[in-house]
Design a protein around this ligand. Structure first.
Ligand code: FE
Ligand code: FE
Length: 321
């Protein structure tokens, strides 16, 4: 009894210590960001809804929603979405990316058992927005279940389940535009095939001779492993699980929001043969992410044993954040 109380007390003190330490660290990293510029979207799904409007091509895997329901050309882009891209394009510079990598790739913020991590991620639900009908875990399960239904290997099913785990960055106080949004290389010219290219005018790298040429700090065919991508949930989750999943899974995670390449081929000049071969996996994954959303929430209770076994097969018991 006494031992248990002591254990809980120690845990509580340790958690408070880490919370304080992390808040201080975040305050110093984000001190230059205007608090009004942290959350332009009413919720993270607004960005994904916009991607869906740009690429309304569900193919055959969507369940529960017709093609026509996905297509919504009439709906104007919300001001919040425009504002989101404006901030994203303005602030995602080469230096910003290096700074975020140096901070978050230490994975010293928090440690959570896999299922606690999903509960943690689910705090991102925004009840005030009537358009948000699914929480994060439901989107992840719909993605993974669509992959499983098509008979793909189990590591790809697990990839579907964890692909947006990096969105926990928002819960560490990161601005939305440094968590979600289309990703793109930094350190070289921004392609005009990236959505809202005009907003890059405000990015300091556009005027920096080191970074504003076609190749910038890179060279022809140098391979994406040598290229820094804009910072967000893709790069973060890739590093989180890179020791545990096959390389094809890692490409899916790392480049799933790199629409200017996997949909527009805007950065062929930086890719090597290996990237080209591996991007087939990114392309295979993308429709499951984008078009598996439907109004019917998966039955988590029934699915849980399968996913617990699957996570235990590949991932460590505790994930580092
Ligand atoms: Fe994502
Ligand atoms: Fe997703």
């Amino acid at each position: 009894m006494y031992e248990n109380t002591l254990k809980y007390l120690t845990l509580a003190v340790r958690n408070i210590y880490y919370l304080l330490k992390n808040s201080l660290a975040l305050m110093s990293v984000n001190k230059n960001i205007d608090p009004n510029e942290l959350s332009p979207l009413s919720n993270l799904d607004e960005w994904e809804d916009d991607v869906l409007q740009r690429y309304p091509d569900p193919g055959s895997i969507a369940q529960g929603k017709t093609t026509a329901e996905y297509r919504n050309y009439e709906a104007p882009v919300r001001d919040t979405v425009r504002e989101f891209y404006r901030l994203n394009h303005q602030y995602q510079s080469y230096d910003f990316v290096l700074q975020k990598r140096a901070d978050f790739l230490q994975f010293n913020k928090k440690q959570m058992p896999v299922w606690d991590a999903f509960q943690f991620l689910n705090q991102l639900v925004d009840d005030s927005d009537p358009d948000t009908d699914l929480d994060q875990l439901q989107h992840l399960l719909q993605t993974s279940e669509a992959i499983r239904a098509d008979g793909h290997p189990d590591w790809m099913v697990l990839t579907g389940l964890v692909h947006d785990m990096g969105k926990v960055l928002c819960l560490f106080g990161e601005p939305q535009w440094a968590v979600v949004g289309d990703t793109f290389p930094v350190g070289c010219a921004f392609s005009n095939k990236i959505v809202y290219p005009e907003f890059f005018d405000q990015n300091p790298d556009s005027k920096d001779e080191r970074y504003n040429t076609q190749y910038g700090v890179y060279s022809h065919g140098c391979g994406l492993r040598n290229v820094h991508m804009s910072w967000g949930h893709d790069e973060y989750v890739y590093h989180m699980v890179k020791d545990y999943l096959p390389e094809s899974a890692l490409y899916m995670l790392r480049y799933h929001s790199f629409y200017s390449q996997h949909r527009e081929n805007a950065y062929d000049h930086l890719m090597d043969d290996h990237d080209r071969a591996m991007f087939k996996w990114v392309q295979l994954f993308n429709p499951y992410d984008l078009y598996s959303k439907n109004p019917y929430p998966p039955d988590w209770k029934q699915l849980r044993p399968y996913y617990e076994d699957l996570a235990a097969k590949y991932l460590p018991e505790v994930l580092k954040f």
